[in-house]
Design a protein around this ligand. Structure first.
Ligand SMILES: CC(=O)N[C@H]1[C@@H](OP(=O)(O)O)O[C@H](CO)[C@@H](O)[C@@H]1O
Length: 505
């Protein structure tokens, strides 16, 4: 930790000496905490950060030729691999490859979980949320059980025990509650040494005059550095070394809120490995022009995601001759990276990542120490995005999957039209209902009458039966026929391991 004098000199250099305005009001503990916070702020970096924020927010506007819509082009269809575009045998080959890599301990998953869940409106990390399934499982439990199952599938097929380590990037907001939650839930049956949490950095919000803000007398207003803070956090926390020690070669990186996420998806991993990719993105067909998903495309000839907050509205509306959205490769925040690629990016390029700007209302202390809650944006928050490293890839691939099977994110509280606990719950239950029907089950209501099978269930309606299948029984619909074929099942039905045992007999 630095001394007060050192802090003062550093802040003078960075033009931020006002931050010590209330120093004499602080008690010893607050002073120490503040000095600890200040000691990680390098004065030159801080100065660059503030200048960069102002320039990014209010700098020169791009000319017409430089503008995004002039430079954007869709991914040529022949460059997109995927579930709809491939036959069963090819898909099986990719899956086999993925399972083989998993069985050799070469695959890990990495969760981006530093966000505050502001839109969902809960004061705890999103992964701890339960969307109201019959089993009451939280997102974290579902994800953990999918890891356990995919490990088991690979171990059974190749005859040796294997591990898919789970790296979890948290932030100042989410580390402590996430750790506690995992401990209290005994790591959901995973080996604790294979669940590795680390923290991304926080960076200061910058007021429109280039100054930092105090949120308390001894605390600067900070925010996580975006999910692209991953690369710096990998270095800060020696995560790449841990991967190397374990022999991990391939990473499946995903964000916490998609209830249908296929953890360490063998098909996606196998596809990327077989194509020799160093970096890949899973996409779904974008549903409508305003859908809040980024689009994978090329900008100036280079692969990139253009985020929903940055794509010009008219560009998002463009359609091809067949009437489909021109920019339809919707990013579902499921990425593939080789460890080599991550090392290269983290070591050589993390400083070059674009800073994205958001103008936000950031509460601050005024000169008299009173907390002001602004009614309009007053500060710039800078964020890096995880996908901004695609440009450094030597072999980038895109993999399209079916939305109803793999993408239903939890972003908003119930009451919103899209991406709520209700839509997430319905997506999962509809999927499990489809799996059960495909395995040959018949559903009965409480009166013992057959419920006629329904297909094409939308997120606006509940499936006709309540059927939830534990990931410990089936990872993605497999192995259900021996349990369910020609069985008459009464809704609600929870197929967990105990129920599976009963059905076997
Ligand atoms: C920076 C970043 O990763 N943005 C992602 C991410 O958006 P959020 O709104 O930040 O959750 O998830 C979306 C999919 O749910 C994806 O479409 C988008 O591009």
């Amino acid at each position: 930790m630095i001394t007060f004098e050192e802090a003062r000199t550093r802040l003078d250099t960075a033009g931020q000496s006002h931050l010590l305005r209330f120093w004499t009001d602080l008690n010893e503990e607050e002073k120490n905490r503040f000095l600890t916070e200040l000691s990680v702020l390098d004065p030159e970096e801080l100065q660059d950060h503030c200048k960069g924020a102002i320039k990014a927010a209010f700098g020169r506007q791009l000319s017409a030729e430089e503008s995004l819509d002039q430079l954007m082009e869709p991914v040529p269809p022949e460059f997109i691999g995927g579930v709809k575009r491939s036959d069963q045998q090819t898909l099986q080959e990719w899956e086999n490859e993925g399972i083989l890599q998993i069985s050799q301990n070469k695959v890990a998953v990495l969760l981006l979980a530093g966000g505050q869940g502001t839109r969902l409106g809960v004061p705890y990390p999103k992964g701890m949320y339960s969307v109201g399934l019959p089993s009451k499982k939280t997102l974290y439990r579902i994800q953990a059980e999918r890891i356990r199952k995919v490990q088991e599938l690979a171990a059974t097929k190749h005859g040796s025990k294997c591990t898919v380590p789970w790296y979890i990037m948290t932030s100042e907001f989410t580390l402590e509650p996430t750790e506690r939650f995992f401990r209290e839930n005994r790591y959901f049956g995973l080996e604790p040494s294979n669940v590795l949490m680390f923290e991304q950095r926080m960076i200061p919000a910058v007021a429109y005059d280039g100054k930092l803000l105090l949120e308390q007398k001894g605390k600067i207003a900070m925010a996580p550095d975006g999910n692209g803070g991953l690369y710096r956090a990998l270095l800060d926390n020696q995560v790449l070394e841990d991967m190397e020690r374990r022999g991990v070669e391939y990473l499946h990186v995903y964000c916490v809120d998609n209830i249908l996420v296929k953890m360490a998806d063998p098909v996606f991993i196998g596809f990327c490995v077989k194509k020799g990719a160093d970096c890949g993105a899973k996409v779904v067909e974008k549903a409508f022009p305003e859908e809040p998903v980024g689009v994978v495309c090329r900008v100036g000839g280079v692969y990139q995601v253009v985020e929903y907050s940055e794509i010009p509205a008219e560009t998002a509306q463009l359609r091809n001759a067949a009437g489909e959205l021109l920019y339809s490769a919707g990013n579902i925040c499921n990425h593939f990276f080789t460890r080599d690629f991550l090392c290269n990016v983290a070591q050589s390029f993390h400083r070059e990542l674009k800073q994205h700007v958001a103008l936000k209302k950031v509460p601050f202390l005024d000169e008299d120490g009173n907390l002001v809650k602004p009614t309009k944006p007053n500060a710039i928050k800078m964020e890096k995005y995880v996908f901004d490293v695609f440009q450094f890839s030597k072999k980038f691939v895109v993999f399209e999957v079916l939305r109803e099977e793999e993408f239903s994110p939890l972003k908003n509280a119930d009451g919103a039209r899209l991406d709520t606990p209700t839509t997430a719950r319905r997506s999962l239950l509809a999927q499990h209902y489809r799996w059960a029907l495909a395995a040959g089950a018949h559903f009965l209501n409480r009166q013992g009458e057959i419920i006629q099978p329904t297909s094409g269930i939308s997120q606006d309606e509940d499936p006709p039966v309540l059927c939830e299948i534990s990931p410990l029984v089936s990872y993605f619909g497999e192995a259900l026929e021996p349990l369910l074929k020609n069985k008459s099942i009464t809704s609600p039905f929870i197929l967990d391991e105990t129920e599976a045992e009963k059905l076997k007999n």
